[in-house]
Design a protein around this ligand. Structure first.
Ligand SMILES: Cc1ncc(COP(=O)(O)O)c(C=O)c1O
Length: 435
């Protein structure tokens, strides 16, 4: 692309687009990175510079970009129908995908409700849980138990059950109240269930690892503890696997690590291999049955989005699952996870790395100003962002969560490229914060 065209596109990007989760005052003052194409785990900008996609294009990409089987599946579907609604009628890829998802999901789940983002998959689960109890006549069960530092998306329902001050506080007057478990406390969870179960519809949790909170690891057994408390007290368990689903933690779903069966399971991001917006909320037959009745009973679930069950996205998702099976993607992860684990150990020696946290191919490295005193960097120093900009110069695309450097490469990354990604991060760290 010629330099004038590149300059024009960059100018239009700065002047026309309002980028999400981005301080536009800073953005407008900088040279933006505009992706033009991608291949495998590499993204290419307008100038043709290559970057390792170190965060899977915001945790969505699974097998790499331009994966032939996914490209082909979308093209094949395009020759049939690009979109048709699921409101009152069906389409072929959504049926096949429902079957494929239920085959790999926990065995108690029996029904698939489609939507189009992680946030909507959570919104759907919350409303289903709420209406389920209303239908059963337990009108007082209107509340939700959730976790401190949780992140479940940006729509108002999902923000309500979130627990991240930075993102959520400003919207507090618009949100419904929740019951918050702090510090992954087993004891507090028990006390809160005992006190509030009678008025609680569901407990919602990101299984094993809170991604957006900075890759915060849950203590072992906490997820099964929540399952037990839900069972004991008649509360539904919603597991939000929007980030952890589709292999990120080393198993297809994170709940498998503790053999937990949720009543509602939220899936998005990696579901379509990171190609198209698609989400699904999986429910038990028991929940589904509570919504059945004569029309005039109005037990219908009055919720649905225009692109619900989009055939192109479902075709991509089917191809995604086929690749998992045919290329034995989960089996191949063991070695990659080990390489990441070993590589991260070296970072611990760095004077400005406080902690590394990892589950599968999800990792967070927490920066610290002074290890001895425990002093953190000021938010205004934007140290996480600075390290990521340095990584960008060295050919890796990363996006921090505050002062937590996030690594979440596509599952399809090779061990060599994974090592290269770690090398780039080390270089970026040394350049920004010399040891
Ligand atoms: C656990 C979890 N739930 C929900 C969401 C929201 O997903 P989306 O951005 O697709 O709405 C995210 C996004 O990062 C997430 O990590």
């Amino acid at each position: 692309m010629n330099p004038e065209k590149i300059a024009q596109l960059k100018e239009q990007d700065r002047s026309l687009i309002w980028h999400p989760f981005t301080q536009m005052q800073d953005y407008q003052a900088m040279d933006p990175l505009i992706v033009e194409r991608a291949q495998g785990v590499y993204l290419y900008d307008l100038e043709g510079k290559a970057y390792i996609d170190g965060i899977s294009s915001l945790w969505v990409n699974v097998h790499g970009h331009q994966k032939e089987a996914v490209d082909q599946a979308i093209q094949d579907q395009l020759k049939k129908v690009a979109h048709s609604t699921l409101l009152g009628i069906g389409n072929v890829p959504s049926i096949k995908l429902a079957q494929a998802l239920l085959k790999i999901a926990p065995s108690n789940l029996a029904r698939v409700f489609y939507s189009d983002s992680g946030s909507t998959s959570v919104e759907v689960a919350l409303k289903m849980a709420f209406q389920y109890w209303q239908s059963l006549g337990k009108k007082q069960k209107t509340k939700f138990i959730c976790l401190e530092n949780a992140y479940h998306g940006d729509t108002l329902g999902s923000v309500s059950v979130g627990g991240m001050e930075l993102f959520h506080e400003i919207f507090r007057p618009l949100l419904f109240e929740t019951i918050l478990i702090k510090d992954f406390s087993f004891k507090q969870a028990k006390v809160l269930f005992e006190k509030h179960a009678f008025e609680t519809a569901a407990c919602i949790v990101e299984p094993l690892i809170q991604g957006a909170a900075g890759m915060r690891l849950m203590p072992e057994g906490f997820l099964s503890h929540l399952r037990e408390l839900c069972d004991q007290h008649g509360v539904l368990l919603i597991c939000d696997e929007v980030a952890t689903g589709f292999g990120r933690t080393g198993k297809m779903f994170a709940v498998e690590h503790e053999k937990v069966k949720p009543d509602l399971l939220c899936l998005a991001k990696g579901i379509s291999a990171g190609y198209l917006p698609l989400a699904a909320t999986l429910a038990t037959e028991e929940i589904f049955q509570a919504f059945l009745g004569r029309h005039e009973e109005f037990k219908t679930f009055f919720h649905g989005h225009s692109y619900t069950g989009n055939p192109l996205a479902c075709a991509a998702a089917l191809a995604n699952l086929k690749i998992f099976e045919e290329e034995k993607v989960l089996e191949a992860l063991t070695e990659k996870i080990q390489v990441l684990e070993q590589g991260l150990q070296d970072f611990l020696k760095h004077p400005h790395i406080k902690e590394v946290r990892q589950k599968g191919l999800m990792a967070g490295l927490e920066l610290i100003k002074d290890k001895k005193t425990g002093e953190a960097f000021l938010a205004s120093e934007q140290m996480g962002a600075k390290v990521c900009y340095a990584a960008r110069r060295h050919g890796a695309l990363l996006r921090p969560l505050g002062d937590v450097l996030v690594l979440m490469p596509p599952l399809g990354i090779s061990t060599e490229t994974l090592k290269e990604l770690l090398n780039i991060l080390w270089k970026a760290l040394e350049e920004t914060l010399p040891s």
